[in-house]
Design a protein around this ligand. Structure first.
Ligand code: GLN
Ligand code: ZN
Length: 749
């Protein structure tokens, strides 16, 4: 028996890697200093894993930015145009990660995409016609040797060839199959070199296997692995999967000449059933039993019960996915022990694996007893009033009346907005000043009155500016908010906030998701003060601005003792109360953002409705179902990748939706038309994710393209997301162009 993990957090206990790397970016330290600091951090992390009793320790799970980008460098999937620049290897690496503009050239950053159903983003490599796949990198070897010098014989990790091909981009004219032989040869070279250095095993991460696979994709997988495993160069090969089960390839997988297979028993709904159908005696099952995504203690009894039903002879206990997705340690939090005892971050999860392993080997009775006790006592009391409120909900609570078509008429009459009404998504630039004032207020250096006066003045300025420029529906600007989830969480019961619970999101950036500890209710009105203030300053409608229940849930660490659906309903009721208060305060247009709705769509199409949309969409409807017909509900989503779920989006029954469409060339418009989308739409007319100001005529052109697909009576004109990360100058310039383009388009209707 033994234990392992799939990967460990990289940023460091106190995000040291982030701060050191940022110093390097600011040229305050040299590349050598950065590399030395990273080396120290790796040593520290390996030693922690070792001291916690983990027996198989991975290496090369570290990254200066992203493991997928590391793999691209390992296999030479780096554009020739970048390789030819006079940049060091590290400079090339960061150039592709973040872009480079300087005297040595101009490199655009590679795109970033969400890593499966997590909030981590990976860099998407691009295979070009000129790409010559070969072994080109050395990081995996260096880090193996580095650990070896510390007396730790690690199992190097690298993205597997199937996932690497599936998740990369391809230039027109080349396809996955073109690179199979080159990749197989390069991976085998990696095997050979590692074997030569003394490694005995390698871990190939293949999370792409947990998705629905077509016949062609399965064939690609088998083709790659039949070739690759024909010569393992003496290494034992572990194919590691996570984020779900491998039902489409399980039988193929167990028949391949691999030595270990890593399966996810936490998120993999069918994993146990698959394994119970038979697992080969000559292979090792890496059983992912400790949740790598959540922050709660493992329930040992439940885990042991699952493991007892696993027929495999050789089992290594591991996490369900890399620990990259949880914070570092609970040791630096100052929650009281009664709370803290329920949390396990990365370091504590190592101890859980060790405990479970010991218990299975007839030891660890004490640990088991303590764990049983933890789960035997009630962690948090239920809010009886809230539960009664939820139990009393009926279909009618999820249905807004009158139906949309009738409301649309009523609202056109009530608001008398011009055709193609203009608006923005909510936030205006969070300038240095805005952030400094907020910080000073939090530190107590600024009184409530002073802070409020600052916010009021800022809102006044922007309301005036929006009126002058000619916007039809205004916003207050969200200057009082730090983050669209934390701001609400701080005003909800049942929420906890960690001090150091950072999780890597992209590059060196971390997010600190709040923790849902207990039943959620609204403690007090949250947004009414500033929304009604802003409305009092103008005769134009000002949109109230809320975060929706699904997004609040998806960007928090959820409870495990009640379902995600139930937690979402609780949040929905809290936000519903806020909606009704805003309405009562005279705010007639209310936007409920669901920026993260698309992100947690299950990886398998067959799970989309049953596991998610069937409760997520009604939860949103619950929030706004009882507003008056002439209160207009808007929503906003950050991705336009909802082409496949357009009827579900219409089912939110919002009156208006705005979304990010400018970067996807408005492709989604065809689908909206095909599906007869009813909700009024504002497909963002310019990309706010770049400081670039649209050229003259650009927005006009986009509006024309929209009007070709969507009836003009349904079209709104807005940017594609909130403007808080932008500078004031580019924001104003772009928005003036937007309003003028809308006015111009109106005249041609
Ligand atoms: N209303 C929010 C804003 O404008 C929406 C943010 C988002 O979509 N991520 O900032
Ligand atoms: Zn957005």
């Amino acid at each position: 028996m033994s234990t392992t993990i799939i990967g460990f957090p990289r940023l460091g206990e106190f995000r040291e890697l982030k701060f050191t790397t940022e110093k390097y970016f600011r040229k305050e330290i040299s590349a050598d200093e950065l590399l030395a600091a990273a080396k120290d951090l790796r040593a520290k992390h390996w030693n922690i894993v070792k001291e916690q009793g983990i027996t198989e320790i991975p290496s090369n799970d570290f990254s200066h930015y992203d493991n997928f980008l590391d793999a691209a460098f390992l296999f030479n999937v780096v554009p020739a145009s970048v390789q030819s620049l006079d940049l060091t290897e590290l400079e090339q690496y960061f150039a592709l990660a973040r872009g480079y503009q300087g005297e040595k050239g101009d490199v655009r950053a590679l795109p970033m995409k969400k890593w499966f159903n997590t909030n981590y983003h990976y860099i998407v490599p691009k295979f070009e016609k000129t790409t010559e796949v070969k072994l080109a990198g050395h990081k995996i070897f260096d880090e193996y040797q580095e650990a070896k010098e510390l007396g730790i014989n690690t199992r190097p990790v690298v993205v597997g060839p199937f996932t690497f091909l599936q998740l990369s981009d391809f230039e027109d004219g080349v396809k996955e199959e073109d690179f199979v032989d080159g990749l197989v040869a390069a991976y085998q070279e990696v095997f050979a070199k590692l074997a030569e250095l003394g490694a005995t095993r390698i871990q190939l991460d293949e999370p792409a296997l947990v998705k629905d696979l077509s016949a062609e994709e399965k064939a690609l997988f088998l083709n790659l692995y039949n070739k690759l495993l024909a010569d393992k160069k003496g290494l034992e090969v572990l194919i590691q999967t996570y984020f779900g089960d491998v039902r489409d390839v399980y039988n193929d997988l167990v028949n391949l000449p691999v030595d270990g297979i890593g399966l996810d028993f936490v998120e993999g709904k069918k994993t146990l059933e698959l394994v119970k159908g038979g697992f080969p005696a000559d292979k090792t099952l890496y059983a992912g039993i400790v949740n790598g995504k959540n922050i709660w203690r493992n329930n040992y009894e439940k885990s042991l019960e699952i493991l007892d039903r696993v027929p495999a002879e050789k089992v290594v206990l591991t996490t369900s996915c890399s620990l990259l997705h949880v914070p570092f340690t609970t040791a630096n939090e100052d929650f009281e022990p009664a709370i803290l005892n329920h949390f396990a971050f990365a370091v504590e999860k190592l101890g859980e694996l060790r405990d479970l392993d010991a218990i299975r080997n007839g030891q660890g009775a004490e640990a088991l007893a303590a764990n049983k006790e933890l789960f035997a006592t009630e962690r948090v009391g239920a809010n009886a009033e809230l539960h009664a409120r939820i139990a009393a909900l009926t279909e009618a609570d999820y249905t807004r009346l009158p139906a949309f078509a009738e409301r649309e008429e009523i609202q056109k009459e009530a608001f008398k907005l011009p055709a193609l009404p203009t608006t923005t998504i909510g936030s205006f630039p969070q300038t240095k000043e805005v952030r400094a004032k907020r910080l000073a207020f939090r530190k107590g250096e600024l009184s409530q009155e002073e802070y409020d006066a600052f916010l009021a003045k800022t809102i006044d300025e922007w309301i005036k500016w929006q009126e002058e420029v000619g916007f039809d529906v205004l916003v207050h600007g969200e200057f009082e908010r730090n983050d669209m989830v934390e701001y609400f969480g701080q005003n909800l019961s049942g929420y906890l906030f960690s001090k150091n619970g950072w999780v890597q999101s992209y590059g060196m950036r971390g997010v600190k998701p709040p923790i849902i500890w207990g039943d959620v209710t609204r403690l007090n009105p949250i947004t009414v003060k500033w929304s009604s203030y802003a409305q009092s300053r103008t005769n134009k409608p000002v949109k109230g601005m809320l975060t929706g229940p699904v997004t609040i849930l998806n960007w928090s660490f959820p409870r495990e003792d009640i379902s995600i659906k139930d937690s979402t309903l609780q949040i929905a009721l809290a936000i519903k109360d806020e909606v009704l208060d805003l309405e009562a305060a005279g705010v007639k247009i209310i936007q409920i953002d669901e920026a993260a709705l698309r992100e947690k769509l299950p990886l398998r199409r067959s799970d989309w409705y049953e596991d998610y949309l069937d409760w997520a969409i009604p939860a949103f409807r619950l929030v706004h179902s009882t507003v008056a017909p002439d209160t207009q509900i808007h929503t906003h989503m950050c991705y336009s990748e909802f082409t496949d779920i357009i009827p579900a989006i219409d089912n939110l029954d919002a009156d208006v939706i705005s979304f990010e469409a400018s970067r996807s060339n408005l492709e989604i418009l065809d689908e909206l038309k095909a599906k007869n989308f009813q909700t009024e739409v504002g497909p963002g007319v310019y990309d706010i994710h770049s400081p670039r100001v649209p050229q003259d005529g650009e927005i006009d052109h986009t509006i024309e393209a929209i009007l070709a697909k969507v009836p003009s009576g349904k079209v709104w004109i807005n940017p594609d997301c909130g403007l808080k990360t932008r500078g004031i100058k580019e924001t104003k310039e772009s928005l003036i162009k937007l309003v003028n383009a809308a006015k111009e388009a109106r005249e041609h209707l």
